[in-house]
Design a protein around this ligand. Sequence first.
Ligand SMILES: *Cc1c(COP(=O)(O)O)cnc(C)c1O
Length: 407
Amino acid sequence: MLLEHLNRRLREREAAALWRQRRVADSACAPLQHLAEGGEGTRALLAFCSNDYLGLAAHPALIDALAAGARRWGVGSGASALVSGHATPHAALEDELARWLAPYIPQAAVLGFCSGYMANLALLTTLADAEAVIFADKLNHASLIDGGLLAEARMRRYPHARLDLLDAMLADSTAALRLIVTDAVFSMDGDIAPLPELLALAERHDAWLIVDDAHGFGVLGEGGQGALAHFGLRSERIIYMGTLGKAAGVSGAFVAAHPLVVEALVQGARSYIYTTAPSPALAHTQLASLALIAGDEGAARRGHLNALVEALRTGLAAVIAAHPHCGWRLAESATAIQPLIVGDNAAAVALSAALEARGLRVPAIRPPTVPAGSARLRITLSAAHSRADVDRLCAALAQLASEGEHP
Ligand SMILES: *Cc1c(COP(=O)(O)O)cnc(C)c1O
């Protein structure tokens, strides 16, 4: 019964060109990715799909830090943070991040998490009680949607970045607690949320602003401090979530907010309390990553990344201008996330496959991850890419556009 039922559902998914497949990488995270093939061998593909924006995931200094951290602190934390798993490197990481965020959130306190998914569940289930209403951008990350669904509060979703509609929703609300929730950089579109305007709305309507900076932390802002630094925002009303598995190249996440917010999470957040604390060696490595991000090397990597973004956008705009019939569209993004919107699910999958035949790996992203009719190639750049890598991608797309190989 169950198996028949699952089989039917899976075949429906396949028929809708929504089948997802994992691939086995036999190499460290890097632009040149060795993927396991059917038999014994591997095949090297030039990949544009990681969120390792600064190219730190396999950085020698971080590899050394992980090894040194494991020698000093061991591999496992042994228990949840509240039982006995909270060690010196975890505390040092939280202190350092609090120092980073203090210019933007007065008195900022920080709490570390195993992942951004868990941090977002913690935030929304702890803060958004039955007296609260969540106001969420429709394109927010799945973890924010799931957190909102798990929370007792009602969740109202506003069309992407529509400040006027959000304003009206807030004006309408008589809830005791109002929480505006947004991605800082939208993960499938790459655009940056209008955070100054969102903060102004929060102030006007006595609401709080939860900012998920998974794709901004490490990349945006002069020193890589993220989206708040990018805009020069400062407010007690901001509750900030940053992740350490994307630009920071490791894994994990943190919340920075007013000390009372952080204390409420420690006391009540189930995805903090009922899970084994991250490895202390990882916390030690995350600290080393922060030092790289803030130093000259981080600045140089951000500079190189921004130059690659410019080059890619120029290259793709030229391809689209020369081949308007293909119906591709470049999204309005100034970040390392550069979607090429194709529209049809099968067409996006076919384009991705045609690139792969040319040795390039760019994933097709389909609904429900993105709205129906906006299937796309999600191109992401890393400071580990070279200008030649970007040129090779643009040349392959130009060739495919002119051959009309896509359906
Ligand atoms: C990746 C991501 C998360 C989840 O972070 P993990 O550490 O990977 O669990 C949360 N929000 C956004 C916007 C993301 O892109």
